[in-house]
Design a protein around this ligand. Structure first.
Ligand SMILES: *Cc1c(COP(=O)(O)O)cnc(C)c1O
Length: 497
């Protein structure tokens, strides 16, 4: 079975199972499906009846053709049937005519749970299929949400280990506590004495360190990836586009077949790329609105066809979107250039060497499924305040970026269609910036006090998890210097043998 190739080398043929195990393709490209499966209208209509878990199994099976449908169904049931706090994993809330798809009802309160509750099961199955009996060691550098979601997803999964490196002073108090309180004997959480870039660089260096790889082999371990470059993380995200659409039909907000727009808060381009796949598969989507924060490299790219990462980096209140090199864009480039891997290689080569690449007008024209806007910090805070003041609806800063971008899109006069805004995190994950934005006092309060104050002041539903978090005992903890990452990994591997 060889459904996949590399964005940078179409001589590479790979099965989905192998792609999930390996993460990155040889030579540094990303694995992509050579064709995107289509769903015809009758089939689409029938899918409306399915539960979230069954819909996932159906859609993911179309891509993972080397897995049996039955196996995928077991995986999606294990991931989705008990760990989310609402029926069918997500809720759709209409505020002022705009539909918010709340994707934050999973175990770690960010949308990354959709992929990271499922990936461990897919990876385990992929290893069984490929006869890989080494343990998988997953290294993750995190600026917040990915770390906790990966720890939670992989906790006590046999044959898998996760080491998360986070910048010592670079994640929120709540995010750090979420990671430190995670139980699991196959996990390690390490504060790195540096910033996120240092952590990311150290992890990347480790993943391609031949000596380290050989040492791990002696411990019967091999590296794997839970970052959004992993094909197994991309596919689960396609499903909530379908489910949101069907839910709007069920609520009689749209009629079946009507086109809608999706507004997507974007960082590494994984989430919105899944929307592009959904559209290619036949879901009636008109525009995908790419919403960026002050780091607006993608806004400029879609507008001009020039991707220029040589610019100032801003630390914002929507940290999961503070990204200048959006990895998954490479997959879109593969598709819009009709699989011209030589072209994609050249763009990626230009990006690496000069921080920049330029599409010609033919390819730029193929980006017409997307429109792009950005919101600066003032606009983001104003969006939180506006939604709260006018409608009593509380959103996190990432969702607020999307809402602000949607307002700009509306004023451009481009759309009269129904819009779905993907709401990617619980506002209670970011109590300080949310409280500040709606005018609550934040000085002299720690983040736990702010959570309670926010709940009392707004009366917005708060999961019990957040009120109890500060009382949970830490299960993890460790610190290392930037140049001690390799030693930390070897020590961990040795301790498990
Ligand atoms: C990761 C994340 C994003 C960005 O998603 P990408 O797939 O990286 O574009 C947006 N919002 C939240 C809350 C996130 O955790």
């Amino acid at each position: 079975m060889s459904d996949l190739t590399s964005t940078r080398n179409d001589a590479i043929k790979c099965s989905a199972a192998k792609a999930i195990i390996d993460g990155l393709a040889p030579g540094g490209g990303l694995y992509v499906p050579t064709t995107i499966p289509c769903i015809h209208d009758d089939e689409l209509s029938a899918l409306q009846q399915l539960s979230y878990s069954d819909l996932s199994a159906h859609i993911i099976s179309l891509f993972l053709t080397d897995f049996t449908k039955e196996t995928i169904g077991q995986c999606t049931r294990a991931a989705y049937q008990n760990s989310f706090s609402v029926d069918n994993c997500m809720a759709l809330k209409t505020v002022d005519g705009i539909h918010f798809a709340q994707l934050y009802h999973g175990p770690t309160y960010a949308f990354k749970d959709f992929a990271l509750t499922l990936l461990p099961h897919l990876l385990t199955e992929a290893k069984r299929m490929q006869g890989v009996d080494q343990d998988s060691l997953i290294l993750t550098a995190t600026s917040g949400d990915t770390g906790k979601a990966a720890l939670n997803g992989f906790a006590d999964i046999m044959g898998c280990h996760v080491i998360v490196f986070y910048p010592q002073y670079g994640v929120s108090v709540i995010q750090q506590k979420q990671m430190l309180t995670q139980r699991g004997d196959n996990l390690q959480v390490i504060a790195i004495q540096g910033n996120f870039d240092d952590a990311q660089r150290a992890v990347k260096a480790a993943l391609s360190d031949g000596d380290l790889i050989a040492q791990l082999q002696a411990y019967q371990m091999r590296f794997s990836s839970a970052n959004s470059i992993n094909y197994g993380r991309l596919l689960p995200q396609i499903v909530y586009y379908f489910y949101s659409y069907f839910e709007l039909v069920r609520q009689s907000q749209i009629t079946f077949g009507e086109t809608v727009d999706f507004v997507v808060p974007t960082g590494n381009f994984g989430n919105i790329l899944a929307g592009y796949y959904a559209k290619q598969m036949g879901l009636p989507i008109a525009n995908l609105v790419c919403a960026s924060n002050q780091n607006d490299v993608l806004t400029q790219f879609f507008t001009s066809g020039i991707y220029d990462s040589k610019r100032q980096f801003y630390t914002t209140i929507s940290p999961s979107m503070d990204i200048l090199v959006s990895s998954n864009l490479e997959r879109l480039l593969y598709h819009i250039s009709s699989g011209d891997t030589a072209k994609v290689s050249k763009w990626m080569h230009d990006l690496k060497n000069s921080g920049k690449f330029t599409l010609d007008s033919t390819e730029h024209a193929k980006l017409s499924d997307f429109v792009a806007y950005s919101a600066d910090e003032t606009q983001t805070r104003a969006a939180i305040k506006q939604l709260y003041d006018a409608h009593g609806y509380l959103v996190d800063p990432h969702t607020a970026v999307a809402y602000s971008c949607y307002q700009q899109y509306l004023s451009s006069g481009d759309s009269t269609r129904t819009a779905i805004v993907l709401s990617t995190a619980s506002p209670y994950k970011f109590p300080r910036s949310v409280s500040q934005s709606i005018g609550l006092a934040v000085n002299n309060h720690d983040d736990y006090a702010l959570i309670n104050q926010l709940q009392l002041a707004t009366n917005c539903p708060m999961p019990q998890y957040f009120s109890q978090l500060h009382m949970q005992p830490n299960q993890q903890g460790g610190i290392c210097a930037i140049d001690a990452v390799k030693k930390t990994i070897i020590d961990y591997a040795r301790s498990k043998r």
